[in-house]
Ligand binder design. Structure first.
Ligand code: NAD
Length: 281
């Protein structure tokens, strides 16, 4: 039976440490501020934004949500970002994705000051990760690496397979695993014989968005399986992994909910606190 990678417990520990760092900044008269921009009224995005502002509240970070109407223009969105770039009370700016179709996501993200880009999606931060330079790392991939390391899972020289090649999860996760000296394979929707790859994986990360996608016969016995997927089935949230069957084969497994999602929010908080600490220096 696999060991559970408990995102709730890991996040609680991380948040306790972050709270101390926020308090230490406050003692020096420095407040920490996060601005969240939400365009339109996508229900899932609203839930994510609420959980981010709740996490801020727990830590004593000032969070401000800018709820813009669906019809917001690119110019209006970018003007708000520019004004937040100039705002001394704001350390982190987050544009909740996805944006409505008429808006240019990449162009909007480029407008965020790389120093305030707490999501790590700005092209400068993505480029730094790609070229092995110090920058802001995207929250979900950073959380995945935190989980693996906190559980003491060996990475050096191991076979890692990442399913999914998005800019926000798949690609940066592969980069971070490579930095830890894993041998990394990225699989995607055009991969031929996916199971042939996944069955070799000591570390298997799945970020696809399809419930029940990773089955027990796709998993190497003893592997660490990290489930990033968030899928809503009726009123339940599940990951990409057939959890009950895979936990019989894997060595480690992260659940959904209570796994990577919790780590993502904690890493967003960490990136925000780090931005404030950098400013304070
Ligand atoms: P995306 O839609 O951008 O990417 C999905 C990827 O899956 C693509 O790269 C695609 O090539 C791959 N894919 C699709 N069908 C496949 C198949 N049959 N075989 C192999 N690969 C296939 O999604 P994303 O933004 O990377 O998110 C992926 C999932 O992770 C979603 O469920 C999303 O909700 C979730 N997510 C969770 C968190 C978190 O904090 N837990 C954060 C971000 C995203």
């Amino acid at each position: 039976m696999a060991i559970l990678l408990d995102g709730n417990a890991m996040a609680a520990e991380l948040m306790a440490g972050l709270k101390q760092r926020v308090t230490a900044l406050k003692c020096r008269g420095i407040s920490v501020g996060l601005a969240v921009i939400l365009v339109g009224d996508d229900p899932a995005s609203q839930i994510y934004v609420r959980s981010k502002s709740k996490a801020c509240e727990k830590l004593g970070i000032q969070s401000e949500t800018f709820q813009l109407p669906e019809r917001t223009s690119q110019t209006e969105l970018e003007a708000l970002i520019q004004s937040l770039n100039q705002d001394k009370h704001i350390d982190g700016i987050l544009v909740q994705l996805p944006l409505p179709d008429h808006l240019d996501e990449a162009a909007a993200l480029r407008k965020i000051s790389p120093k305030k880009d707490v999501d790590g999606f700005h092209i400068e931060n993505a480029g730094k990760l790609f070229t092995g330079q110090e920058g802001v790392t995207a929250c979900t991939p950073k959380g995945i690496l935190y989980m693996l390391k906190a559980a003491g899972i060996p990475l050096e020289g191991k076979e890692a397979v990442v399913i999914g090649r998005s800019n926000i999860v798949g690609k940066p996760t592969a980069m971070l695993l490579m930095k830890e000296n894993c041998t990394v394979t990225i699989c995607h929707s055009h991969t031929v014989d996916l199971a042939a790859h996944t069955c070799r994986a000591d570390i298997l990360v799945t970020a696809v968005g399809k419930a029940g996608f990773v089955t027990a016969d796709m998993v190497k016995p003893g592997a660490a399986v990290i489930d990033v997927g968030i899928n809503r089935i009726e009123n339940k949230v599940v990951g990409d992994v057939d959890f009950d069957a895979v936990e019989q084969v894997a060595g480690y497994i992260s659940p959904v909910p209570g796994g990577v999602g919790k780590m993502t929010i904690s890493m967003l908080m960490e990136n925000t606190v780090e931005a404030a600490e950098r400013k304070a220096r």
